[in-house]
Design a protein around this ligand. Structure first.
Ligand code: ADP
Length: 273
């Protein structure tokens, strides 16, 4: 069928081999660049809590030890810096595992409404400190069972709800909606905080990207939460959506599959003692 001469055929094979090799080289170069950037970012982020801890300890050694009140103040600050270092390292490990695809997902059936209530309970103290009210809207009559990795989805909800609290104005509101759709459950976390500028909106899922550096660091943010959340949802073949209006607030949302079979049996099951 082919009218190509043997020489042409050899040429075509060599060409396609060269193109494939070129692509491989480009991928390797991109990976190397990615690694370099990642290491630069990490070093930069690690420096902050390390420098802070060093500063407090050296101040203590230089004489602040003698006064009990001052000693306690600096020790508490050093402990806080070390705690944030610990959170950062944990987040980095998680993100690294996610990006290299080695992390395992443990899927099970669970009630998404219950999970959200648990997250709210955990964040209650932080919200009341900022005078932020968290409202949760769901239909009591409906089934909210999903099939997902509970621990990881907990992490996603924790991140979205905590962000809605910590980036909100004092006295602001956070509204969580859990909507039952045909085959899925939609979670929406809405705040009436400052909103996110359009040019930042497309970058907030990048590791270490922060809109307001000072605010995020003050609140103990690592700039990794949304990057981790995005990976977790990708592992569920889902994604996070965000819409934001400057001065009005932001809405983050995602959906998970609805497990329909459990509906009646669960509703009527006697409560175990
Ligand atoms: P961080 O640990 O800094 O909170 P995230 O990855 O969770 O990191 O968020 C990235 C950045 O996106 C934050 O530093 C903040 O600037 C911005 N952001 C996230 N959620 C909100 C929100 N609800 N309102 C305003 N800005 C937000």
């Amino acid at each position: 069928r082919s009218s190509l001469s043997p020489l042409h055929k050899i040429n075509a094979v060599i060409n396609s081999y060269a193109i494939a090799r070129q692509r491989e080289i480009e991928t390797l170069q991109k990976n190397a660049e990615f690694r370099r950037e990642f290491i630069a970012d990490i070093s930069h982020e690690l420096k902050t809590p390390i420098f802070a801890t060093q500063g407090y300890i050296h101040t203590l050694l230089d004489g602040a030890m003698d006064d009990k009140a001052v000693r306690m103040k600096f020790l508490k600050r050093a402990a806080k810096s070390l705690d944030s270092l610990d959170v950062l390292v944990q987040d980095l490990l998680t993100l690294n595992q996610m990006e290299s695809g080695v992390i395992k997902f443990n899927f099970s059936d669970f009630d998404l409404k219950e999970l959200i209530l648990e997250v709210m309970e955990q964040l209650e103290h932080k919200a009341s400190k900022r005078k932020v009210a968290i409202h949760f809207d769901f239909d009591q009559e409906k089934n909210h069972t999903t099939h997902a990795d509970r621990q990881k989805i907990f992490r996603v909800c924790q991140n979205l709800i905590f962000n809605a609290v910590k980036y909100n104005h004092e006295g602001g509101d956070v509204k969580i909606h859990l909507k039952v759709q045909k085959n899925s459950l939609l979670v929406e976390v809405k705040d009436n905080g400052p909103g996110i500028p359009p040019e930042d909106l497309k970058r907030i899922f990048e590791r270490f990207y922060r809109v307001e550096k000072s605010r995020s660091k003050k609140e103990g943010g690592t700039g990794l939460g949304l990057a981790i959340a995005k990976h977790i949802l990708e592992g569920h073949k889902s994604k996070i959506n965000v819409a934001s209006t400057l001065g009005k607030g932001s809405v983050f949302s995602f959906s998970l599959p609805l497990e329909k079979e459990k509906k009646t049996s669960e509703k009527e099951a006697p409560t175990a003692q």
